[in-house]
Design a protein around this ligand. Structure first.
Ligand SMILES: Cc1ncc(COP(=O)(O)O)c(C=O)c1O
Length: 466
């Protein structure tokens, strides 16, 4: 047995075969079929641990609420819970799953722009940490529900203070023109109106979520400063101290070039989110700056007992998830500049939606020839009936490489591993073209392989159809 290469003890090539947390990828594919999502509990715990250490040397209490929209599979939620994080939900369904996974109500925060009465009632009755109100109307609805239930509701307010980041337009969420949240002055008015500490609505905190894939730390500093200024305005107007500042999620994952995988990544794959993003460092420096401002302005006491909440999703699960797919078909096609060698896999955009919508690049390793040189260019495509179901940018805008580099002489039946696939993949999958949804396995910390989702059968395609 010889080890060819290793990445952070997580991925290894042993005798030319990819192992994930020590488990053979080809054997997993054989046992569970492909496409198959493989998750690492260790990697999830590692990602949470790194963030948990943010204020280890002093600073505010940090509440990490994993954004379950990134992946709400029950086993993943339980891995997050075991790793010591709390959870963010975005619907009654996610609230149901979080409670089912074992999170206690005080570990749950509930975001969303269009909560209905039933969802709010479920959150109020459960007694969750905070309902993140998106508008005045929603606070009023929550008040009515809380009065009817005879149970006070913990509420925090989501704000859109017009902070732009360098992410894609569709991923921005702190702009006045976005569909989210309330204006900062509305939030002050809300604290004036719902100021009774014994009333049905207990206003607790304020919240900004900048968006997803924010490539630089600076907007986090601006967001935390905006939250502090809001907390100060609320205090000056009402004498109320907010108990937490929620800085949201959005820490980026490097879909184009991950330095930890540098040995296997060719230099011509330019990076969109190239820098290694240290979320802990971003939060620490934002905190230091804001604490200084608050102290200078004579409002340091506002931050003395404050809790910082954060809602990372992607950065917790993306690199913990790998998609295994089999080459089902191949062809050679002569084109103007030579010959295109095509490989057609069984993983399409119905299970990797962001590859199509945002053109995320998932690096690929040939799992059964992991140590062979990956130098031969292939056109790669999925199984769906759309011409756009390809692993390159069909529009020719160079947002993905035209070819993937893999070992020479790829054959039908070869297994490929797509890295960094753990976020917003199985959470968004759909059975388009009658394709049964894939199985999901979790490699637990002790190396045990747990089936976290069974593969759909044809009968599942008929479920709910009358
Ligand atoms: C309110 C809120 N918080 C947190 C997140 C998680 O973002 P990410 O997965 O980029 O960390 C999202 C994502 O859409 C969100 O809408």
């Amino acid at each position: 047995m010889s080890k060819d290469w290793e990445i952070e003890g997580f991925l290894t090539s042993v005798d030319n075969e990819l192992r994930i947390d020590g488990v053979s990828a080809p054997e997993l594919a054989l046992e569970f079929g492909t496409p198959l999502f493989v998750f690492s509990e260790r990697r999830i715990a590692r990602n949470i641990d790194r963030l948990k250490g943010t204020f280890a040397d002093g600073g505010p209490a940090l509440k990490i609420c994993y954004a379950s929209k990134a992946n709400s599979n029950l086993s993943i939620l339980q891995a997050v819970l075991k790793a010591g994080a709390d959870v963010e939900v975005n619907s009654g369904g996610e609230l149901f799953k979080a409670l089912h996974a074992g999170f206690s109500p005080d570990q749950i925060i509930f975001n969303g722009t269009s909560k209905d009465e039933r969802e709010i009632e479920e959150a109020v009755r459960a007694g969750i940490y905070s309902i993140q109100a998106d508008s005045f109307a929603e606070i009023e609805l929550t008040e009515r529900v809380a009065l009817e239930a005879g149970i006070p509701a913990n509420v925090s307010l989501r704000l859109v203070p017009e902070i732009r980041t360098d992410t894609l337009h569709g991923l921005q969420t702190a702009l006045v023109t976005s569909k989210f949240g309330m204006m900062p002055d509305e939030a002050v008015s809300a604290f004036e109106r719902w100021s009774d500490p014994e009333g049905p609505v207990r206003l607790k905190g304020i919240h900004i979520h900048l968006g997803s894939q924010n490539p630089s730390p600076d907007p986090y500093a601006r967001a935390l400063e905006a939250l502090y200024r809001e907390a100060r305005a609320i205090f000056e107007k009402t004498g109320m101290k907010v108990s937490h500042l929620n800085i949201g999620g959005g820490f980026p994952v490097n879909y184009l070039r991950d330095r930890s995988h540098a040995g296997m990544i060719s230099a011509d794959q330019a990076s969109l989110f190239g820098s290694e993003f240290d979320a802990g460092e971003a939060l620490r420096s934002a905190w230091e700056k804001v604490r200084e401002i608050a102290t200078d302005e004579g409002f340091g006491e506002l931050l003395e007992e404050i809790e910082i909440v954060t809602e990372p999703g992607r950065s917790i699960v993306a690199d913990a998830g790998i998609c295994l797919t089999t080459v089902r078909n191949l062809k050679s096609r002569r084109v103007e500049r030579g010959t295109d060698e095509w490989l057609l896999t069984d993983a399409g955009f119905n299970i990797l939606l962001s590859m199509e919508t945002y053109k995320w690049y998932y690096h690929i390793v040939a799992a059964s020839r992991a140590a062979d040189p990956h130098e031969t260019p292939y056109r790669l495509a999925g199984p769906l009936c759309d011409g756009g179901d390809v692993y390159f940018d069909i529009e020719g805008r160079d947002r993905l490489p035209d070819h993937r580099l893999l070992p020479e002489e790829m054959r039908a039946g070869d297994l490929l591993a797509l890295l960094n696939c753990g976020a917003y993949s199985i959470a968004q999958m759909f059975p388009y073209n009658g394709r049964a949804l894939p199985a999901v396995v979790l490699i637990e910390k002790d190396g045990n392989v747990k089936l976290a989702r069974k593969r759909d059968e044809y009968e599942d395609l008929l479920r709910n159809e009358l």
